[in-house]
Design a protein around this ligand. Structure first.
Ligand SMILES: Nc1ncnc2c1ncn2[C@@H]1O[C@H](COP(=O)(O)OP(=O)(O)OP(=O)(O)O)[C@@H](O)[C@H]1O
Ligand SMILES: [Mg+2]
Length: 459
């Protein structure tokens, strides 16, 4: 598709000349002598660049430029000024013209400016397209949130996104903390600015400090050049601090200062820089407990915990499992170019009953493995990895996951309560069905529903 150029000039002669030169070069040209019609045309057509005369009745080139900067900031505007009116050209450049052309012009010069602007417009458009694609990939649309637990999470994402408040995301490994952090950024006014991730566990404390704050040249052996830190890189955007529970006491103090003062200093430097950053932090640790044990600063905890979002473990939102499995099946059949249409009922039963100690990430891995290894068009129980079906192992992993207290009666009560709840969910809260699954009489089930405070939900 040739680039579409909008040419505005009240002098009909110039308009005709420009139109024919540009068309000869293969451009699509819309030549109008009335700038207001030009603005109307912009509203309904795809224009790549604008070439406008400065002096026109009704609207000047400067007016056109100013309006375009607001409404179509990605369209480059070239301004034509009469020979000698250099101030006008300077002013046009100041308010953001892409270039200016003085009349009368040499054709080659004019064409060079035009071709630069067309190229610039194409790169801009490609960048916008890529950014949209990335935002789509990390946006809320990609998060499966069917059950109430995840609906609450998404509601928090919506409410937290518009502000600059620090968000603390809590949840076991593999529950989707990073996904939620990206969704917060993608739904926030900062979405076009950088999203920078730092994993506080992956780096040794010294390296982490210079990674976060950057360093000046010569600040330590090996610092052969100045380096910007992630705080600076994230300026105006969002900084995602993953595994925040691993931060050393020294770095906790430094982070607290950034949160309080919105300023940083590079390692070995004396200048302070203002930074405008939204911090989203995540951890699979119980930070509150770490505070009680004196391992995590209480003041920092409160600074981080302005808004907290808890991602429930997958075993507590089993209603999401079928949709998640389908989502990953779609992803990996496309990636591996295989035709698998779904899961058999038996396979899905195993998937929904499993404890998923590795949460969504583990489910994703299992589905990926199945798409590679499945022998038929539908994934059956036989195609699932043994740990999913091994009841003995399931019990063991479930027991491993229990809190370390060993009081038998209390523990058994908790397990019993959880199983009764699960049977209720699986039976759509129909008591007779739940009783049947559990092998209990109806009256016995009702006794247990009362005992575990589940009466309200059962039908
Ligand atoms: N609700 C969801 N919908 C779709 N995909 C999800 C969902 N939750 C998690 N995932 C996927 O599961 C994988 C693990 O998620 P993520 O990396 O965000 O977890 P995490 O909590 O940060 O884990 P860790 O604590 O191990 O770093 C990712 O591939 C992510 O895309
Ligand atoms: Mg993570």
């Amino acid at each position: 598709m040739p680039a579409n150029i909008l040419v505005l000039d009240d002098e009909k002669n110039y308009l005709l000349i420009l139109e024919s030169i540009l068309e000869d070069e293969g451009y699509g040209v819309t030549a109008l002598s009335d700038p207001e019609m030009g603005l109307a045309y912009l509203e309904e057509s795809e224009v790549d660049i604008i070439l406008t005369d400065m002096k026109m009745p009704k609207l000047t080139g400067q007016d056109v430029l100013e309006r375009c900067k607001k409404a179509y900031p990605h369209i480059p505007v070239l301004i034509m000024t009469a020979f000698g009116s250099i101030e006008a050209a300077v002013e046009a450049m100041r308010i953001g013209a892409f270039d200016y052309i003085t009349k009368p012009f040499a054709n080659e010069e004019m064409l060079l400016s035009v071709s630069k602007a067309v190229q610039y417009a194409a790169t801009q458009r490609e960048n916008i397209r890529l950014k949209r694609e990335i935002l789509d990939r990390f946006g809320k649309g990609n998060i499966i949130a069917r059950g109430k637990g995840m609906q609450q999470v998404m509601d928090m994402v919506d409410r937290a996104a518009p502000s600059r408040s620090t968000v603390l995301i809590l949840g076991e490994s593999g529950t989707g903390k990073e996904l939620v952090a990206r969704a917060i950024h993608a739904s926030s006014p900062r979405r076009d600015e950088p999203f920078i991730t730092v994993n506080c566990m992956a780096l040794s404390p010294g390296v982490l400090e210079s990674e976060l704050f950057g360093h000046e040249k010569g600040s330590f052996t090996g610092a052969t050049a100045m380096r910007k830190g992630r705080f600076e890189m994230a300026n105006k955007g969002t900084l995602f601090l993953d595994e925040i529970g691993e931060l050393t006491p020294e770095l906790q103090v430094k982070l607290l200062r950034v949160l309080q003062e919105h300023q940083i200093e590079r390692v070995g430097g004396t200048d302070t820089f203002d930074v405008d950053i939204r911090i989203v932090a995540a951890t699979n640790k119980n930070l509150q407990e770490a505070v009680t044990r004196g391992e995590f600063r209480e003041d920092l905890f409160y600074r981080l915990n302005v808004v907290s979002i808890f991602l429930p473990p997958l075993r507590e939102r089993r209603e999401d499992i079928p949709l998640l499995a389908a989502h990953f099946l779609d992803k990996y059949t496309k990636e591996n170019q295989v035709e698998i249409t779904g899961f058999t009922g038996a396979a899905m039963d195993y998937l929904t009953a499993y404890e998923w100690p590795g949460n969504v990430r583990q489910l994703e891995n299992v589905v990926e493995r199945c798409t590679v290894l499945a022998r038929t068009e539908v994934i059956d129980a036989d195609d699932l990895p043994p740990e999913i079906k091994d009841e003995e192992a399931q019990f063991k992993s479930a027991v491993d996951l229990l809190p370390s207290q060993l009081n038998l009666a209390e523990t058994m009560d908790k397990i019993e309560g959880a199983l009764v709840r699960r049977a209720l969910v699986k039976s759509d809260f129909v008591q007779v069905k739940a009783a049947d699954m559990l092998g209990l009489s109806k009256s016995n089930l009702q006794y247990k529903l009362k005992k575990y405070d589940l009466m309200g939900r059962a039908k």
